[in-house]
Design a protein around this ligand. Structure first.
Ligand code: ADP
Ligand code: 5GP
Length: 188
């Protein structure tokens, strides 16, 4: 590699544990940076504009899309998400080590755009049954949404074979260690 800039892209079906894992990995490896992406979904309680996401309208998103501002974008559960091309290119040129959860459509676009500078990691739930139990435990979703998420999960799991690495989230500590060792193996 010409310099050490690299983006670790984490995907998993909703409820697998990726937010929990990414928070722990960011805490454990201080040199990692989490890019802030754009979304049309409204902020959840406690979320801050420009910290969790840049929250924008559907019209603003469309304008950015037309301008070619996104290195990747996707529609996920009725909302649009996109990552700034300019931001990622600058950070990678400066040698930043990035980590971000991105859905499977966006992850594959990043691989195409960045080649080896995008390292795709898929986090697998131990089983679909356990995944459903975690979504229920989180207590954020209606019955209808849970069904939608489970249908999506089956399709997303099919994409795992296209990823550079797969890590099982059975015990949270194992998954965090697995991801940290992939990252440390590539950045040290
Ligand atoms: P995601 O970001 O993939 O949607 P979350 O990080 O929100 O998932 O995790 C979904 C739920 O599952 C949370 O309640 C979280 O505490 C729980 N969870 C995460 N990892 C594990 C694990 N290894 N074992 C049991 N529960 C877990
Ligand atoms: P949430 O709205 O719960 O934060 O994220 C919903 C889904 O969108 C998750 O699968 C998450 O990984 C994905 N996501 C978050 N940011 C981006 C992004 O910038 N691009 C893409 N393609 N997906 C994203």
């Amino acid at each position: 590699m010409s310099n050490k800039g690299v983006m670790f892209v984490i995907s998993a079906p909703s409820g697998t544990g990726k937010s929990t894992i990414i928070d722990r990995v960011l805490y454990g490896i201080k040199s990692l940076k989490r890019p802030v992406s754009y979304t049309t979904r409204p902020p959840r309680p406690g979320e801050k504009d420009h910290v969790d996401y840049h929250f924008i309208s559907a019209e603003q998103f469309q304008l950015k899309l037309n301008n070619g501002d996104f290195i990747e974008w996707a529609k996920v559960y009725d909302n649009f998400y996109g990552t700034s091309l300019d931001y990622i290119n600058k950070e990678l040129e400066n040698g930043s080590i990035l980590i971000k959860d991105i859905d499977t459509q966006g992850a594959l676009q990043l691989k195409k755009a960045l080649g080896k500078k995008a390292v795709l990691i898929f986090i697998e739930p131990p089983s679909l049954k356990e995944l459903e139990a975690r979504i229920r435990k989180r207590g954020k979703d209606s019955e209808e949404v849970i069904k939608k998420r489970m249908d999506c999960a089956r399709l997303e799991m099919e994409e795992a074979k296209k990823y550079d690495h797969r890590v099982m989230n059975d015990k949270i500590e194992h998954a965090v260690e697995g991801i940290e060792s992939i990252i440390n193996g590539l950045i040290r």
